[in-house]
Design a binder for this molecule. Structure first.
Ligand code: C2E
Ligand code: CA
Ligand code: CA
Length: 654
């Protein structure tokens, strides 16, 4: 049968592949192992199709017009023509193994391909031998032979088909073995391509003139691009890095397939500060710049992932502390250079970096997730540490187990509440108390609220905890006798996430009613927040609660985002000034600021409480400055319920 009569399919294949390649390069989808292997496969298919087209063109333009003039088989055009066919067949041999590598790469199992010498031989020797048979065809002519200007297939051409079938069977077996690592869509696409391509090869074998093979292969590559390579889920939409989705997939697969990995986590430490100084958009731009800086440090098959807010992870085969230090230092230096050129001197990005080895350090998803979540608390600022160094610390296990401990405590409602008496300077007696949560774990003992409250706020558990605490506090209010303790009210802390819930006010009023407590016996402490979106919801709750007779305090005044105008606008009756002012009372500037703050707060008709008073001198000084209330260890520590009642009865003004 004559070949070369229908070349349009090959030309179409070349055009399709060129467009697909251009789009890949244009979209810069060249980072990461999967993209690179896919790109290599595309180049392979393109060059193969190109060889077919050029070969056919040579036939049409040179060989057939010249044929009558030359004796066959020794002339130069025929040698050139043969060379193209040889290259075409050799590249064709590579397609099935390349596809196998693609499957292994997109399922993150490529490390399994060469995990033993036996596997290496089993996998690569058949391919090498087949290529050798093709390349030595000019010597033995057992694969194909030109006769009368047309290639005739010879017996050893079967080896090529056997080779393709061999790799297809391995590919199918591989897909079945690792099916849990792929989405159903990915799995079915990758699987389906085998029958499609084998059918095309069979048709071309029977009807060589119908040059379907390359065309079908190029369509198959497009299917892979559409259903398996998903650039949009693999890249982060905001930052030029791989997405959280692909990070989760990559680590999940690494655990299942025992893939050794080294992860370098890098986080911008001072995000909040940067946001305050420069605004949200600049912080996004800085995050993108950091991603670009980190990209320049990547080597070989390293991938940069963007996990959340300002946390990055570089996944690599191997990373040593030196390399990680270099990453951290380069990023810091670049951040400094950037801030200098943009006159953002105060906004030097500071990084924290930690190197984790998988599976030596972490070998399951759960631990990895806890680690990522606690990253900012575990890793000190501006340093590079290894996971091993962190794990050697005393509180490491507690930090890692914190969310489990909280979950357990929520299920068992095992939080306790201690009450810290508050002293009224004006009346010279104890007047109220702040309810403070306490958590005791069987294994770790007392856990500080400053440790678990931020974790609960970050995970959302604070809503459940907050409800449990309010329930307990209201029940306590229902039990105590206000006349024998001399208590005016109890202050309870509210987290911002609680305050933004529209149901909050009704829930609290309902709890008070249930326990038969007058609203005036409860005072709620609210902190300021920078989150503009939440202010309206907070304001509505605050106003509703105040209207019902519950008094409100503004907590932690002087730290964070507290501002005068909000303090004036909202019905706070008490402003609690943060302990940091008391700690800095030696400083005359602090004294001046504090005195004028107390003065102005009182002038707008609110009372002032100073927190964290530990000495008599501090108390006297603050009394002189005009503070109304004092809370601190100097007067009383937070006490368990029974001790607190005793304390109040004892210290009651008679
Ligand atoms: P906060 O609301 O500012 O509470 C005052 C903290 O200062 C308490 O720490 C209290 O024990 C401590 N303190 C009081 N006087 C002194 C003193 O003289 N010296 C020193 N060094 N500390 C003093 P605690 O109980 O560890 O609570 C820490 C933070 O945890 C609280 O700060 C509050 O933000 C949060 N928190 C505590 N209980 C609750 C709660 O029931 N709900 C919520 N949402 N947050 C809570
Ligand atoms: Ca408080
Ligand atoms: Ca406070």
């Amino acid at each position: 049968m004559q070949t070369g009569t229908i070349v349009y399919f090959d030309i179409a294949a070349v055009v399709i592949m060129m467009i697909a390649l251009a789009s890949l390069l244009f979209r810069k989808l060249t980072h990461g192992a999967a993209n690179r292997v896919y790109l290599t496969c595309m180049v392979l298919v393109t060059v193969t199709a190109l060889c077919a087209v050029v070969g056919e063109a040579l036939d049409a333009l040179l060989l057939r017009p010249l044929m009558p003039l030359y004796p066959v088989d020794t002339n130069a055009p025929l040698a050139v023509r043969s060379a193209f066919t040889t290259i075409y067949y050799a590249l064709r041999v590579l397609t099935a193994p390349a596809y196998l590598v693609l499957i292994a790469t997109v399922s993150d199992t490529s490390h399994r391909l060469d995990s033993s010498n036996f596997r290496r031989v089993f996998l690569w020797v058949p391919m090498v031998l087949t290529v050798l048979i093709v390349l030595t065809n000019p010597l033995h002519h057992l694969v194909f032979f030109y006769e009368n200007g047309f290639a005739q297939r010879e017996p050893l051409i079967c080896v090529l088909y056997f080779c393709a079938i061999y790799y297809s069977l391995i590919g199918i077996a591989w897909l079945i073995r690792w099916r849990e690592l792929l989405d159903p869509e990915e799995l079915s696409t990758l699987m389906l391509l085998y029958p499609i391509m084998l059918a095309a090869a069979a048709i071309q074998y029977e009807l060589p003139a119908l040059r379907l093979e390359m065309f079908v292969t190029s369509i198959a590559m497009m299917l892979v691009s559409a259903f398996v390579i998903h650039p949009e889920t693999r890249r982060d939409a905001m930052v030029n890095a791989a997405s959280l989705h692909s990070y989760n997939e990559m680590t999940y697969r690494a655990f299942i397939t025992d893939k050794p990995l080294c992860l370098a986590f890098v986080e911008i430490v001072n995000r909040e500060k940067l946001r305050e100084l420069l605004g949200k958009h600049r912080v996004q731009a800085i995050t993108r710049e950091v991603a670009d800086m980190l990209t320049t440090t990547l080597e070989h098959d390293d991938t940069l992932y963007y996990l959340r807010n300002v946390l990055f992870c570089i996944a690599t085969r191997n990373i040593d502390v030196e390399h990680a230090l270099r990453i951290a230092k380069n990023t810091h230096e670049a951040g400094k250079a950037r801030s200098e050129t943009r006159k953002e001197k105060a906004a030097v990005t500071q990084m924290r970096t930690c190197i984790v080895r998988i599976p030596e350090d972490i070998s399951d998803t759960e631990t990895l997730v806890s680690f990522e979540r606690r990253f900012g608390h575990l890793v000190p600022q501006s340093t590079v540490v290894t996971y091993g160094e962190l794990a050697a610390r005393d509180d490491f296990e507690l930090q890692m187990k914190l969310s489990d401990i909280l979950e357990h405590a929520i299920d068992n409602k095992s939080f306790e509440i201690h009450y810290q008496p508050i002293y009224c300077l004006r009346d010279g007696c104890f007047h109220s108390a702040e309810a403070l949560v306490r958590l005791k774990d069987k294994r770790f003992g007392w856990i500080a609220p400053s440790l678990f409250i931020p974790e609960a706020e970050a995970s959302g558990a604070i809503l459940d905890i907050g409800s449990i605490l309010l329930e307990k506090i209201c029940a306590f209010l229902g039990r105590i006798d206000f006349s024998t303790t001399g208590l005016a009210y109890i202050e309870a802390n509210l987290s911002v996430d609680q305050c933004v819930r529209p149901e909050l006010a009704d829930e609290i009023l309902c709890l008070l009613e249930k326990n038969d407590v007058e609203p005036a016996r409860l005072n709620l402490e609210v902190t300021e927040t920078s989150a503009m979106y939440s202010q309206q919801a907070i304001d509505e709750n605050v106003k509703k609660l105040a209207a019902a007779g519950i008094t409100l305090s503004l907590d932690d005044y002087g730290v964070g985002y507290s501002n005068m105008s909000r303090m004036i606008a909202l019905p706070f009756s008490l402003v609690k000034i943060d302990k940091s002012f008391v700690d800095a009372l030696d400083d005359s500037a602090t004294r001046t600021i504090l005195a004028s703050a107390i003065d102005s707060i009182k002038q707008i008709g609110k009372e002032v409480l100073i927190e964290g008073v530990e000495t008599e001198e501090q108390a006297q000084l603050l009394a002189k400055m005009g503070a109304d209330f004092i809370q601190g260890y100097h007067y009383a520590k937070p006490l368990p319920e029974d001790k607190f009642i005793e304390f109040m009865q004892e210290h009651r003004r008679t």
